[in-house]
Design a protein around this ligand. Structure first.
Ligand code: FEO
Length: 396
C-alpha cells in the first residue's frame, strides 16, 4: 500500500497502524496512519518520521524508492512521538550527522525526548531551503497543537505538509480524498478537530488568515494521519474555519450515565421535549459512547445537557471523566443544563451545574433532580425542561 507516489518524485513512505484502537484516550475504531514523505530532488528529503515500533517498516518503504543512506536531510514538523519516535533509528540508518530541520521549539523538545543529540537545524518562520529544483518553506504553527509544531510548504508543487492539522485517524488502502467516502472522512476529520485542536481554535483562525495573507496556493494538503487532500483542499480548510468559529448548529446532545435507569428515563424524557420543539437531539450514555465520540457531537451542538446519578455524594465516575475532558477542550457558545436522579443526598446535579457554569455555558435553570425513580409527573417535568432547552436553541 505504501509507498505511494503522491506527485512526481514525491512519495508517502509512511506506515498504516491497522490495529490501534486507543490513541492516548481517543478511540481510533478505524486505526490510523503515520504518514511520512520522501522528496526525490537533487537533495533527498524525508519529512517526518513514524512511531518507534514502525521504524523498520518506514525504512523498508524508503528502501523501495531509494537507499535510506542517500537521504540528505530530515524535516521534523512536530515532536510528538507518533511522528518522531522513529527518528533515532532512522537517523542511525541514514547517518547521524545529517541535518534535521525543525522549529526553534522543535530543537528544545527533540533534545528533551532523545538523549542522543542529532544535528538539529532550527529554522525560522518563513525561512526557505533550496533542495535542487524545489524549495521548502517552513511555517511556524506554534501550539497547533504543540509548541514545536510547524508546516512545510513545497513551493513549486504547492504541497502543504501539515503535520497533525487536517488529519484524521483512518487506516485504509486509499491515499487520497477522492478515493474514500467523503462523508466518512469528514466525520473523522471533525472528530480529530474536536478532540485534538478545539482548544486552539482561535489560533487556527489566525493561521488561516496568515496563509491567505501570504498568498500561498495549495494544490494538496498532506497531513501526518489519514488520507491526503488533493480533490478539494479548500473543503477541509473551510471546515476548519467553520469549526474554529464555534458557531454551533441548532441541535442538542444529552450526555449522561445511569445506575438503575432513572437518570436514563430522565434523559429520554428531556430528549422527547427537545424533539417536540423540532430540534435534533442525540442522547449519549457514557458507558456506551466513547468520550471522544461524545466530544465530536459537542463540537457543533448548541445545547449540551448533562445528567448524572449521585454516587457517594458526588458525580458518577464517567461524568467526572467527561466533564474534566470537555473542560480542557474549552468549547464555547453553548447552552447548558443539568439533571439526574438520586437516592438521599443528590449533589451530582449541583456539581454539574457548577462545572458547566465554570465553562461559561448559558445555563437553563438550576438543574432538575428526582429522588429514586421519576413517576409520570416527574417525567413530564423532564419533557418540559426539554422543551425549554429546545426553545432556547431555536432562539439562539
Ligand atoms: Fe500525531 Fe501531535 O501527533
Amino acid at each position: 500500500m505504501k509507498p505511494v507516489e503522491i506527485s512526481e518524485k514525491i512519495y508517502d513512505v509512511g506506515v498504516i497502524d491497522w490495529n490501534i484502537r486507543d490513541f492516548h484516550g481517543y478511540s481510533t475504531e478505524l486505526g490510523t496512519s503515520y504518514n511520512a514523505f520522501l522528496i526525490m530532488d537533487e537533495k533527498v528529503v524525508l519529512i517526518d518520521s513514524v512511531k518507534k515500533d514502525f521504524s523498520d517498516e518506514l525504512l523498508r518503504n524508503i528502501s523501495r524508492i531509494v537507499d535510506p543512506g542517500k537521504i540528505d536531510m530530515v524535516v521534523s514538523n512536530h515532536t510528538e512521538m507518533d511522528h518522531s519516535g522513529g527518528l533515532p533509528r532512522v537517523m542511525h540508518r541514514i547517518g547521524e550527522g545529517k541535518p534535521v530541520y525543525c522549529s526553534a521549539m522543535g530543537l528544545k523538545n527533540l533534545q528533551k525526548h532523545f538523549a542522543h543529540n542529532l544535528n538539529y537545524q532550527p529554522v525560522k518562520n518563513g525561512e526557505t531551503l533550496s533542495i535542487g529544483k524545489r524549495t521548502l518553506t517552513f511555517l511556524e504553527t506554534k501550539m497547533l497543537h504543540w509548541p514545536d509544531s510547524m508546516f512545510t510548504y513545497l513551493n513549486e508543487d504547492k504541497i502543504l505538509f501539515s503535520s497533525d492539522a487536517f488529519g484524521q485517524h483512518y487506516a485504509g488502502c486509499e491515499a487520497f480524498d477522492d478515493q474514500v467516502d467523503e462523508h466518512l472522512i469528514m466525520l473523522h476529520a471533525k472528530k480529530y478537530f474536536a478532540n485534538i485542536l478545539l482548544l486552539y481554535a482561535p489560533l487556527i483562525l489566525k493561521l488561516v488568515e496568515k496563509v491567505v495573507d501570504m498568498g500561498l496556493e495549495i494544490k494538496m494538503i498532506c497531513p501526518d494521519h489519514g488520507i491526503l487532500w488533493r480533490k478539494n483542499p479548500n473543503k477541509i480548510i473551510e471546515a476548519y474555519v467553520r469549526w474554529s468559529k464555534q458557531e454551533p448548529e441548532k441541535k442538542a446532545v444529552i450526555i449522561y450515565d445511569t445506575m438503575w435507569h432513572s437518570t436514563q428515563l430522565m434523559a429520554e424524557a428531556i430528549a422527547e421535549g427537545i424533539h417536540e420543539k423540532g430540534v435534533y437531539v442525540k442522547p449519549m450514555k457514557l458507558r456506551d459512547s466513547h468520550r471522544s465520540d461524545v466530544m465530536t457531537e459537542v463540537l457543533d451542538s448548541k445545547a449540551v445537557v448533562v445528567g448524572s446519578p449521585t454516587l457517594n455524594n458526588g458525580l458518577f465516575p464517567t461524568l467526572a471523566d467527561f466533564l474534566t475532558y470537555m473542560k480542557g477542550l474549552r468549547p464555547k457558545n453553548k447552552i447548558g443544563a443539568a439533571f439526574g436522579s438520586y437516592g438521599w443526598s443528590g449533589e451530582a446535579v449541583g456539581l454539574i451545574h457548577q462545572q458547566l457554569e465554570g465553562m461559561k455555558f448559558k445555563m437553563i435553570d438550576s438543574g432538575l433532580k428526582h429522588q429514586y425513580v421519576p413517576d409520570s409527573q416527574g417525567l413530564e417535568m423532564c419533557r418540559e425542561m426539554g422543551k425549554k432547552i429546545g426553545q432556547a436553541v431555536l432562539d439562539s
